[in-house]
Design a protein around this ligand. Structure first.
Ligand SMILES: C[S@@+](CC[C@H](N)C(=O)[O-])C[C@H]1O[C@@H](n2cnc3c(N)ncnc32)[C@H](O)[C@@H]1O
Length: 299
């Protein structure tokens, strides 16, 4: 821990907030980085009471804090990569540039999954789930809390992402998530016709759109996590095609997608012919965000 006076930190905070405004970023981000990298809490920051303290403990010295902040301003590095943590549901997940920063809308995917289990006769509470493209492990860990007696298979093609996911599972003392490296269902051969649900937030951005995303995303997040091929649907197509071989009758198929893809995803599911009760579910921002379907004979 490094010690700095409240006055000195207050000066730094003031300058950093001005720099944020000049760079068209929210000045609140300064407070988020301070909360992550010091002992100051939100109330302390809001009331400004930290400035009266003689000693404040920082995880990094003030020069390093400033260097990180300059990376945010100049290089548009996402704050979560600078601090190494991302709040998500009830967790403080570790993140690195090897994984997508888990998004708030994906928090809802877990709630949609919970609701979806009420419409199948399968015992999903004790079943085997697959989170395909687990990244930081966010969804798998969210499911493991929601279904404490279930087994969750978390798959990713990126070894580096899986290392982050494993670290998160260890941090949360979660030993019910099993990690597999490989493409989609490839490492889950032993689970043919055994899964009660597959959930995924796959890469779904059309390749041509990826470079046009905000710099935080296009320059810093892994393209492997973003790029869904020419129309953005390459990964979803594979998940539609392969899941019926792995789901039990009545099993859940639940996938996140981007605005504008719902019609095409419904068509893919219908054309495949092995799904029933196909639904599109909106997120809190009123976007058609999730596609849900069931394999036959269980609903
Ligand atoms: C949009 S990210 C989602 C990460 C995490 N589930 C989340 O919601 O924050 C997509 C993930 O899919 C992984 N991925 C890409 N292609 C894959 C493939 N063929 N098989 C398995 N995972 C893949 C990427 O490495 C990335 O971690």
């Amino acid at each position: 821990m490094k010690i700095v006076s409240g006055r000195r930190l207050e000066q730094w905070r003031k300058q950093a907030r001005q720099a944020a405004i000049a760079a068209d970023l929210s000045p609140d981000e300064v407070d988020w980085i301070l909360q992550d990298l010091s002992e100051i809490d939100r109330l302390d920051l809001r009331l400004g009471t930290f400035a009266d303290r003689d000693r404040i403990a920082l995880h990094v010295d003030l020069e390093e804090l400033d260097r990180l902040w300059q990376k945010r301003i100049r290089d548009r590095v996402p704050l979560q990569y600078l601090t190494g943590v991302a709040p998500w549901r009830n967790f403080e997940l570790s993140v690195s540039p090897d994984v997508l920063v888990p998004r708030p809308e994906t928090e809802e995917l877990v709630d949609v999954a919970i609701a979806a289990t009420r419409r199948t006769k399968l015992d999903c509470d004790r079943g085997i789930w697959a989170d395909l493209g687990t990244g930081s492990g966010a969804i798998a860990l969210g499911l493991s809390v929601a279904f404490p007696e279930a087994t969750i298979c978390a798959v990713d093609i990126s070894k580096a992402a899986l290392a982050v996911a494993r670290r998160n599972a260890e941090k949360l003392n979660c030993d019910r998530v099993q990690f597999y490296c490989g493409s989609w269902f490839e490492p889950l051969e032993q689970y043919r016709e055994k899964l009660c649900a597959i959930v995924s937030n796959p890469p779904y951005i059309p390749s041509g759109e990826v470079p046009k995303l905000q710099p935080e995303v296009s320059r810093h997040e892994p393209h492997l996590a973003l790029d869904g091929g020419e129309d953005g649907l390459n990964c979803i197509r594979q998940l539609v095609r392969m899941a019926p071989q792995y789901l039990q009758p009545g099993g859940i198929w639940l996938v996140e997608m981007m605005a504008g893809q719902a019609g095409n995803v419904v068509e893919l599911l219908e054309q495949q012919g092995s799904y029933r009760d196909i639904q599109i579910i909106k997120d809190m921002g009123n976007m058609e965000r999730f596609a849900l379907a069931y394999s036959p004979d269980g609903v």
